[in-house]
Write a protein that binds this ligand. Structure first.
Ligand SMILES: *Cc1c(COP(=O)(O)O)cnc(C)c1O
Length: 348
């Protein structure tokens, strides 16, 4: 088999990205589409349910798809420094790809609201990390201003090149499934990903899926139809009150005859635990929003799963946010290092 060399090597001819420099890649993409029959039986009986496990990208989230494109373009454009605002995963990804390309990287994050594994990544890859007393939306406003006023390349998903990378996930799913699914379920934060999938599906000859977008109840501007000034949710990757790609998200929802709804933090955390326990797939809380939304739609009768193929996109890896995994969980039992002690707690 031909060795996998990353997204631009595989799909560059179908991506609007500079080809004047070698791709900056960490061999991202090519993530597995995992059948999830036990989860299907629990939340969407009769369906063929699959998990697109984007947590297996090099820095642990789908952001790497966009970043190989954005950083390659930045290099071609002669940038020396890149900047982004981030709820965490964009920061880690930008930092890694910038390191790979020998560029400086600045990331702006909301103070105290970022999962420890994401911050650890950004720091390890050598980015300059600045926390602001504000939200992601404030951060995005600020980095846009910096990029306007200085020769620094902005690599948030307002940068169209990011979507050129991210759209490839749609084609991978089609290749893996041999068709488009009937439904694609995914979390919606800044709405870059839903917009990118829709570009991908539109640039294919196959039928397009219906899209189910899911926001967190405390950060659901698209569902509410108005910006949320102080977004709040445990799903920190989608803690966004004024999505930059709002308009494109609405188009994807409308054109696909899709739906968007809000799931509560309890529903998201329930889905997050369920997918790990039933399928052995560990994602971060935000990533489980698509599953939570699917479960909700099936329960309410808005979506009939029987005979349908459904893909839930798991956007990031569970190890990014270890605090969420152990929150409210009883500590492991501690016993003497003796067979009898272990046998007693195991009941043998
Ligand atoms: C970025 C991110 C999202 C949201 O994607 P948008 O493109 O902002 O809608 C969801 N989950 C995870 C893990 C993310 O990192």
């Amino acid at each position: 088999m031909e060795q996998w060399k990353g997204l631009i090597h595989r799909y560059g001819a179908r991506m609007q990205v500079a080809n004047s420099v070698p791709p900056v890649t960490l061999f991202e993409g090519n993530t597995p589409l995992i059948p999830a029959p036990r989860l299907a039986a629990a939340i969407a009986p009769g369906s063929q349910l699959f998990l697109k496990y984007e947590g297996l990208n090099p820095t642990g989230s789908f952001k790497d798809r966009g970043m190989t494109a954005a950083i390659t373009q930045a290099v071609a454009d002669g940038a020396r420094t890149v900047i982004c605002a981030s709820t965490g995963n964009t920061a880690a990804s930008a930092a890694a790809y910038a390191a790979r390309a020998g560029l400086a990287c600045v990331v702006v994050i909301p103070e105290g609201k970022i999962a420890v594994g994401k911050l650890a990544g950004a720091i390890a890859y050598g980015a300059k990390v600045v926390a602001i007393k504000g939200s992601f939306d404030d951060g995005l406003r600020l980095v846009r201003e910096v990029a306007d006023k200085s020769p620094v390349a902005l690599v948030n998903s307002v940068n169209p090149v990011r979507l050129q990378g991210q759209k490839t996930a749609a084609w991978e799913i089609q290749d893996q499934l041999g068709k488009s699914p009937d439904w694609l379920c995914l979390p919606v934060g800044n709405a870059g990903n839903i917009a990118a999938y829709w570009i991908g599906f539109n640039e294919s000859d196959l039928a397009r899926p219906r899209i189910l977008g899911v926001q967190a109840e405390g950060a659901a501007p698209i569902v509410l139809g108005k910006p949320v000034l102080r977004p709040e949710t445990k799903a920190t990757a989608i803690r966004i009150g004024n999505p930059a790609r709002w308009g494109e998200a609405l188009i994807a929802l409308q054109e696909s005859n899709g739906m968007i709804l809000a799931a509560s933090d309890d529903e998201i955390i329930e889905a997050y635990r369920q997918v790990a326990r039933l399928e052995g797939v560990f994602c971060e809380p935000s990533s489980a929003a698509g599953i939570a939304g699917l479960a909700k739609c099936v329960k309410s009768g808005a979506l009939h799963p029987d005979g349908k193929s459904i893909v839930c996109v798991l956007t990031g890896h569970g190890l990014k946010d270890p605090d969420s995994a152990v929150e409210g969980i009883e500590k492991p039992l501690t016993v003497e290092a003796k067979f009898e002690s272990l046998a007693r707690v195991l009941g043998i």
